[in-house]
Design a protein around this ligand. Structure first.
Ligand code: HEM
Length: 231
């Protein structure tokens, strides 16, 4: 039975990758499509209950979903580029590294910004429920987590596009063209948006519709940059 032989190893990695990807991005979309708007309308006692009882659970599945998506994703890249010898400069390599790098930045945002800031919000809700003083600066941490979460929703659109395009929408790269101009465009666009996630303001990302429009715009900008600069 092929399913239980070494030949199916990459299939299993891909299946687990999808499973953990759905677990992660499902939570991300729940936060951004439903919970954020709910929290702006909820009363203080409801918000406190959400932080004390719901957030520890959602954050657990969210951050470990992100970790396992990241590990299985890079496992597949390692297998294809290492064992199978597919070059990073091929159509597959260029497309999968585009989606894999935006996905990796999203993973870093989860573990380095969203989770640490939510941990303080959970602690703050637990303390204030016991009548203790609020942790200073907690509102700033909540705002920072929200900008990073909105940025991840924006990045999820090109990530999913390039993830599925790698094998199903190949590019015809011109062998005489360098990929350096494409990766410079990628670095500038993604770097500017990530800098905003780390230090910037919510701005138009406040509206979910704008996040989706910017995500689509970024996807097409990267796709056209690939086609015109390297194709
Ligand atoms: C964290 C960084 C990520 C890396 C390094 C990564 C890497 C990969 C790799 C190497 C593949 C195989 C592509 C192929 O064989 O052509 C893949 C496919 C895929 N990934 Fe990811 N991925 C990441 C994040 C995500 C996320 C967040 C999702 C969300 C669900 C996701 C969903 C998918 C899907 C739907 C496929 C397509 C499978 C197919 O076409 O057969 N990935 N990914």
């Amino acid at each position: 039975m092929t399913l239980f032989t070494g030949a199916a190893a990459e299939f299993w990695l891909r299946w687990f990758h999808l499973f953990f990807g759905v677990l992660w991005i499902g939570h991300l979309y729940y936060f951004n499509f439903s919970q954020m708007a709910f929290m702006t309308e909820a009363e203080a006692a409801t918000k406190s209950a959400v932080f004390q009882k719901l957030t520890p659970r959602t954050m657990f599945w969210f951050r470990y979903g992100a970790l396992l998506t990241f590990l299985t994703g890079w496992g597949m890249i390692g297998h294809k580029m290492g064992a199978l010898g597919i070059p990073a400069t091929s159509s597959w390599g260029t497309i999968i590294l585009t989606g894999g790098l935006t996905g990796t930045i999203m993973f870093a945002n989860v573990w380095l910004i969203i989770w640490p800031n939510n941990k303080v919000m959970i602690d703050n809700a637990t303390r204030t429920a016991k009548g203790e003083a609020a942790i200073p600066g907690v509102a700033d941490l909540a705002a920072r987590a929200a900008v990073a979460s909105r940025t991840n929703t924006l990045f999820s659109i090109p990530t999913l596009f390039f993830m599925t395009a790698a094998s199903h929408l190949p590019l015809t790269l011109s062998p005489e063209k360098s990929l350096v101009p494409y990766w410079c465009v990628f670095g500038i666009l993604i770097g500017a948006l990530e800098l905003n996630a780390i230090k910037g303001k919510m701005g138009p990302l406040q509206k979910l519709g704008s996040v989706i429009h910017f995500g689509l715009l970024l996807t097409f900008a990267l796709y056209f940059a690939m086609e015109f600069l390297a194709g």
